[in-house]
Write a protein that binds this ligand. Structure first.
Ligand code: BG6
Length: 486
C-alpha cells in the first residue's frame, strides 16, 4: 500500500488548549467539508484532562459553534466527530506515550501516516519529541511521521539553535514543519504570485525604481490576558523575528526556480544572510501608556509593545533601499500592509507642479483585513494643470465573490499532510532571523547607546520617534489599505 492510501492520523498534543478549539479543529473541519482531507483520517487529542471521547468531541463542537459559526455545518459535524478520539496523558511522562502508541495502532489497524502537532507551550516541545523518539514512534516504515512545531521557536538565537538540535536528534529535517501562520495567509502567499505570475512588476522591483519598502503589522488589541507570556517576549520576539521577517522575505527574495520548498527556502536563506546587522540607532522601541499597569506585567518592565526598524539588504537588487518595519499592540487599527514606494520620475516637466505636490507611485499589498492591492498613480485633475493621486484597487471580496478566504491553518495543515514544506520555515531560516533580531533585543537591554523606551497613546499609530526615524531621510510612513482612521 502506498503512503497515500494509508490512513492519516492527526495527533494533537495539548489538545485541551485554545489553539485546538480555535484554529486546528475548525481548519480540519473545513477541509473535511471541502473533501480535502485524506480519504481515511483520524484525529487524536492528547492532554491531561480526564475526558473521554464524547466529552472531547462535545468541547470541540461547542468551540466550533461559538468560534467558527460561519463554517459550522451540523450534518457534517456528526460524521467528522466520529473520527475524533481522546487519549489521556501527561506530556512529559514517557509511559503515557506507550498508551498513546497503542491507541494509535488500534485505530490504524496496520499501517498509517501520522502528523504530530505540538499545540503546547514551548517548554513541552523537547519532552514531546524525546518521548516520541523513545517510544519508537518516529520511524517511518509503517507510514510517514511528521511533526508540526508551533511558535515561539526559541527565545533567542542560542535557544532556537538548541531546539533545532534537539528536534533534529529525533526527527529528520524533512519531517519537521515549523509553522508561521502568516505564511498560510492567502494574501501573504499572493505576494509571490503577484511578483512572479505577472511580468510587469518584477522589472521595477529593485533599487533602480523602488525608493523604500514599508512593512506594517499593527494590532488594535492590547496584551490583554496574555501579559504573562508577552512580558517575557515583547514585540520583537512575538512579531518581528517570525511574521515580519517572513513577510520581508516574500517581498524581497530573488525569483526561486520553482515553487518547491527547497527552492523557496534557499532563496529566503540567501536573503536573510544579505541583511545588514541592524545598528541600534535605526531602531525604535516603545510601550503603550498603561502597559505597566496591566495584570501580569512586571514592575518597571522594559519589554517593548511596539518597535520600528530601518534595515538594509546588501545585494544587487536592494542596495541602498531602506526597508522600514513596524509593529505593535494597542494601535489605531489592525492592519497588515506592505508598501512599495517608487522613486519620483527623474524629471518633472509639468510647470504647474511643484516637487512637493507630487506623490510617488505607491503600491500597497494589503494582507489583512482589507485583502487586496492598491496602486496609487498621479492623474491630471480635470480642467486644471495639477495632478492628484488616484487609486487603482483590487479587492478579494469583490473579485472573488463567494470564495471565503480560508484560515491560514487550513492551508498549512493540508500542506503538511501533502509533505509540502514551502510555507514552513527551515532550521537555517529561523536561525538567520534570530541572528538579526537577537542583537537588537540584547542591545536594547544592555547598551548605553540604545534608544530610550518611547511611549505612545493606545489607539494612536505609535510613538513620534517612529515618524522621526523616517523623517531623517525625508520620508513618511505610508498606508493605503482601508481601515478606520484613529
Ligand atoms: C501571534 C502573536 O503570532 O500573531 C500575537 O503571538 C498576535 O501576539 C498574532 O496577536 C497576530 O496574528 P493575526 O493572524 O491575528 O494577525
Amino acid at each position: 500500500m502506498s503512503n497515500d492510501q494509508k490512513p492519516t492520523t492527526f495527533v494533537i498534543f495539548g489538545a485541551s488548549g485554545d489553539l485546538t478549539r480555535r484554529k486546528l479543529i475548525p481548519a480540519l473541519f473545513n477541509s473535511y467539508c471541502k473533501e480535502r482531507l485524506p480519504a481515511h483520517f483520524n484525529i487524536v487529542g492528547f492532554a491531561r484532562r480526564p475526558w473521554d471521547d464524547d466529552q472531547f468531541r462535545q468541547i470541540l463542537q461547542e468551540g466550533m459553534q461559538k468560534l467558527a459559526p460561519e463554517t459550522y455545518i451540523a450534518e457534517k459535524w456528526e460524521p467528522f466527530s466520529q473520527k475524533i478520539s481522546y487519549a489521556r496523558g501527561d506530556l512529559p511522562t514517557q509511559a503515557d506515550y506507550l498508551a498513546l502508541k497503542n491507541h494509535l495502532e488500534a485505530i490504524e489497524q496496520g499501517a498509517g501516516n501520522r502528523l504530530y502537532y505540538m499545540a503546547t507551550a514551548p517548554r513541552f516541545f523537547v519532552p514531546i519529541v524525546e518521548n516520541l523518539g523513545a517510544a519508537d514512534m518516529v520511524e517511518q516504515s509503517a507510514g510517514w511521521r511528521r511533526v508540526v512545531v508551533e511558535k515561539p521557536f526559541g527565545h533567542d538565537l542560542a535557544s532556537a539553535k538548541a531546539l533545532n538540535h534537539q528536534i533534529q536528534a529525533v526527527f529528520e529535517e524533512e519531517q519537521i514543519y515549523r509553522i508561521d501562520h502568516y505564511l498560510g495567509k492567502e494574501t501573504a502567499q499572493n505576494i509571490l504570485y503577484f511578483r512572479f505570475a505577472n511580468t510587469i512588476f518584477e522589472p521595477v522591483w529593485n533599487r533602480n525604481y523602488v525608493d523604500n519598502v514599508q512593512i506594517m503589522v499593527t494590532e488594535s488589541v492590547d496584551v490583554g490576558h496574555r501579559a504573562g507570556y508577552y512580558d517575557q517576549a515583547g514585540v520583537v520576539r512575538d512579531m518581528f523575528q517570525n511574521h515580519l521577517m517572513q513577510l520581508l522575505s516574500l517581498v524581497a527574495i530573488e525569483p526561486p526556480a520553482s515553487f518547491k520548498a527547497v527552492a523557496v527556502r534557499n532563496e529566503k536563506a540567501k536573503l536573510f544572510h544579505a541583511i545588514r546587522p541592524l545598528p541600534l540607532h535605526q531602531t525604535v522601541r516603545a510601550q503603550y501608556d498603561g502597559y505597566l499597569q496591566a495584570e501580569g506585567v512586571a514592575q518597571g518592565s522594559q519589554v517593548p509593545t511596539y518597535a520600528a526598524m530601518e534595515l538594509y539588504i546588501d545585494n544587487w537588487r536592494w542596495q541602498g533601499v531602506p526597508f522600514y518595519l513596524r509593529s505593535g499592540k494597542a494601535l489605531a487599527a489592525k492592519n497588515t500592509e506592505i508598501v512599495i514606494e517608487f522613486k519620483q520620475p527623474p524629471h518633472l516637466m509639468f510647470d504647474d507642479i511643484e516637487d512637493e505636490d507630487f506623490t510617488s507611485n505607491i503600491l500597497s499589498l494589503c494582507i489583512q483585513p482589507d485583502e487586496g492591492i492598491h496602486l496609487k498613480l498621479e492623474a491630471k485633475v480635470p480642467d486644471s494643470h495639477k495632478t492628484q493621486p488616484v487609486d487603482m484597487e483590487f479587492h478579494y471580496r469583490s473579485s472573488f465573490k463567494g470564495n471565503r478566504l480560508p484560515d491560514a491553518y487550513e492551508r498549512l495543515l493540508l500542506d503538511a499532510v501533502r509533505g509540502d514544506a514551502s510555507l514552513f520555515t527551515r532550521a537555517d531560516g529561523i536561525e538567520a532571523a534570530w541572528a538579526l533580531m537577537d542583537p537588537v533585543i540584547h542591545g536594547w537591554e544592555n547598551d548605553d547607546d540604545a534608544p530610550p523606551m518611547a511611549t505612545y497613546r493606545p489607539g494612536s499609530w505609535g510613538p513620534a520617534e517612529a515618524d522621526a526615524l523616517l523623517a531623517r531621510s525625508g520620508r513618511i510612513w505610508r498606508h493605503a489599505c482601508s481601515h478606520p482612521e484613529p
